[in-house]
Design a protein around this ligand. Structure first.
Ligand code: HSE
Length: 411
């Protein structure tokens, strides 16, 4: 029997405990050992829980118990999660985490600490919920040089956009529903402002390109400015709006990483990733495109990935298989002004078309039902973002108000 501790008894933590007991027999067959939860760390009381006797409030009980060789961290946030995980690794305990904020901020450091202490730091659940993506990137696709990753990485925003696109539901009602279903972060800004997707693309980029990409260096836009008008213009263009996290390595080895809403063509694999599902496209030099798809949020899908990491550890304890990337100093992400971009623009002005054509030349105009006479929507030529921004300034200076700008991506 292997005793583990679970730190955090929220949506994911309670799912982890549930899966461990529900699938006890099949887990035994897979790893040859019974996995038992000895401690659950949480400051709250759970008087009606069947696991009453397992709850502790003092982290040191877990740290000082040599019987615990694997610790699950599903608390979320950077502190005290970082202090607890760091202490566990230094005590020779392997750690499994679902905490994308922690991995995105401290991954390189914690991976190094794990290696130095001959233990593992696993975090399959930190990206894509129940979708296997970390281990496939690290192991199954290891022969490739990955040059691009693009994904719908946040279930809550995908759920909201899907409700807006398919049901014309308001942003607020869709967010409320996502919260009720347990998809959203405690602070919904992390979802709707793109920070959660940013953390996840940082983790994938760090893993794929070998150098830690820090969230503060990544241009991040959320979906709060997306309107049903934009959704209608996207439909006329032949696609849908999705929140995309993307990372690529240029031919001269520079990293381009960004999170933003984007127009995606209807025939793209990512266009049909709906509701809480996530989809991640990985481009490798030997495989070409590989797409991962599944439930990106929710109690049991995320718990599935956490428990799989626990099983991996329990199957061969003492074997160090920690993932690896190096820390980076300074900003290793290119300025977005250098990225090639094409944009959808919604603008307003009496003589808007004349000004648009004077600045951009011939453009593709889009239309929607009930379009006001002074509203114009168009697609810009493909240019560097820096040049486009300069042209947008010229357009505003000519008296045309820009109401919305959304990148157009070709995946
Ligand atoms: N709030 C996150 C999402 C949870 O909606 O994707 C899973 O990381």
């Amino acid at each position: 029997m292997v005793n583990i501790a679970v730190m955090g008894y929220g949506v994911v933590g309670s799912g982890v405990v549930e899966v461990i007991y529900k699938n006890r027999e099949s887990i035994l067959k897979k790893c040859g050992k019974i996995i038992d939860v000895k401690y659950i760390l949480d400051l709250k009381d759970f008087p009606n829980s069947p696991y009453q006797e397992k709850f502790v409030k003092d982290f040191n009980v877990i740290l000082n118990d040599d019987d615990i060789s694997v610790v699950v961290e599903v608390m979320g946030g950077i502190e005290p999660a970082f202090t607890f995980v760091d202490a566990c690794l230094k005590r020779g305990k392997s750690v499994v985490s679902s905490n994308k904020e922690l991995v995105a901020a401290k991954g390189a450091q914690l991976l190094k600490t794990a290696r130095q202490n001959n233990v593992n730091f696993f975090f399959e659940a930190s990206v894509g919920g129940g979708i296997p993506i970390i281990r496939p990137l690290h192991q199954c696709l290891a022969a490739n040089q990955i040059y691009e990753i693009a994904g719908i990485l946040n279930g809550t925003t995908n759920f909201i956009l899907t409700k807006m696109i398919k049901e014309g539901m308001s942003f607020d009602s869709a967010l409320k529903l996502a919260q009720e279903l347990g998809y959203a972060e405690r602070n919904p800004s992390a979802d709707v402002d793109g920070h959660d997707a940013c953390r996840k693309i940082c983790i994938l980029a760090s893993l794929a390109f070998g150098s830690h990409v820090y969230p503060q260096n990544v241009h991040t836009e959320g979906i709060t400015a997306i309107t049903l008008e934009d959704v209608a213009y996207a439909e006329d263009w032949g696609g849908v709006i999705k929140l995309i996290g993307r990372a690529n390595k240029t031919e001269d080895g520079k990293l381009q990483v960004m999170v933003s809403p984007a127009f995606i063509q209807n025939d793209s694999q990512l266009a049909n990733v709906n509701d809480v599902f996530n989809g991640i496209l990985v481009r490798g030099d030997t495989t070409g495109d590989v797409v991962f798809y599944g439930k990106g949020a929710g109690k049991l899908p995320t718990a599935s990935a956490v428990v799989a990491d626990v099983i991996e550890e329990v199957k061969s304890p003492g074997t160090v298989r920690s993932l690896r990337w190096e820390d980076s100093t300074g900003n290793n992400v290119e300025d977005t002004a250098t990225y090639q971009a094409q944009m959808y623009v919604r603008a307003q002005g009496q003589k808007a078309k004349k000004e648009i054509e004077a600045i951009f030349g011939e453009v593709w105009y889009l239309a929607r039902q009930n379009q006001p006479l002074d509203e114009v929507a168009f697609v810009t030529p493909l240019l560097k973002e820096g040049e486009l921004n300069h042209q947008f300034q010229q357009l505003e200076a000519a008296g045309v108000s820009i109401l919305a700008k959304i990148r157009i991506l070709d995946y």
